[in-house]
Design a protein around this ligand. Structure first.
Ligand SMILES: [Ca+2]
Ligand SMILES: [Ca+2]
Ligand SMILES: [Ca+2]
Length: 132
């Protein structure tokens, strides 16, 4: 099993943040195991944390997801939520997630492959550091 980790050195903090992109994130989301992520897989991954059945994630629900799935990013959960909540209604819903998926899918073939996932993760991490 090959593990791919994305490392980011946060300037001024001397903390290395890691994001398990490959068999971590990708492996958790890729239900049909074709090595690529489709929109349905992304939605079922995210909506598993929709505890009140509102068809969207609140900030608290998003935090629960981060705690369970990517604890190294827990300190950034609020910033990430705001980044992903494109229409700023305090809920991550299908509209936000479709926009997010399209951002990840840079060649627009309706699938997010490993390269696209890594590129997306590094873009997000770069945005996080620019918030500091
Ligand atoms: Ca898949
Ligand atoms: Ca929203
Ligand atoms: Ca793609």
């Amino acid at each position: 099993m090959v593990l791919l980790w994305l490392y980011l050195l946060v300037s001024g903090l001397s903390v290395v943040h890691t994001w398990p992109v490959d068999d971590g994130m990708m492996g958790q989301m890729d239900e049909d195991r074709d090595g690529r992520l489709n929109y349905e897989e992304l939605m079922s991954y995210v909506m598993a944390y929709d505890q009140d059945g509102s068809s969207g994630l609140s900030q608290d629900e998003y935090q629960s997801m981060t705690r369970a799935r990517a604890p190294s990013l827990l300190g950034y959960s609020g910033l990430l939520f705001n980044l992903f909540d494109a229409n700023r209604d305090e809920i991550l819903d299908q509209v936000d997630m479709l926009g997010l998926f399209n951002t990840m899918d840079s060649d627009s073939d309706s699938l997010v492959n490993r390269i696209e996932m890594i590129r997306f993760a590094s873009d997000v991490l770069r945005k996080l550091t620019s918030h500091r």
